[in-house]
Design a protein around this ligand. Sequence first.
Ligand code: COA
Length: 174
Amino acid sequence: MSAQAQEQANTLPITPASLGDLWRLRQLEKLTFSREDAWPLVELLFVLVSPHIVRLKVDYDNQMIAFVAGDTRLNQGAGWIITLGVAPEWRLIGLGERLLAAAEQAMHMPAIRLTVRASNQAAIALYQKAGYQQVGVSPRYYVGGEDGLIFEKRFLESLVEHSSKQNEKKQIWG
Ligand SMILES: CC(C)(COP(=O)(O)OP(=O)(O)OC[C@H]1O[C@@H](n2cnc3c(N)ncnc32)[C@H](O)[C@@H]1OP(=O)(O)O)[C@@H](O)C(=O)NCCC(=O)NCCS
């Protein structure tokens, strides 16, 4: 990646992904995840078409360089970030953080959860920086027997605050 491209990275737009991105997402998945963690094509297809899923991407030069998906169906009182990946040469310049924040905003849930490999220090550091806290463990969740750590971020308070402000406005303005 050129220095210029790196400088541009934080101004690259975050846009919705769609079925037409299937092969670009497949390429990103191969670059981003190990063989055991990469999703099969059918799951990538599902993520790109399911009506319950928020899916956002960053493209550069007709390649997908980052992707996030979040399931907006409530499960244990929360929506779930189901995947987040940034291509290796584009890491550590803020794309993961920006995408996660954009997904949170688009999902608009009272709380968001995710599962992460216990050894995945980079992702854990990102989630902690973004305000997620560990709320549980799924023993032997991953292929190979590694535990999954469950992290959660709660938005309920801010949503409640937002809707009560809206109600106040309605009462004032009728
Ligand atoms: C985890 C991942 C998405 C992070 O994406 P990224 O774009 O590199 O992250 P950012 O540049 O936005 O980093 C934001 C913060 O996360 C933390 N962080 C990210 N990568 C880190 C690393 N390798 N080591 C330590 N902290 C890290 C830092 O706190 C960083 O903030 P800082 O730069 O102010 O210190 C990326 O490493 C990745 O795609 N990994 C492989 C796929 C994966 O594991 N996905 C998560 C599955 S649960």
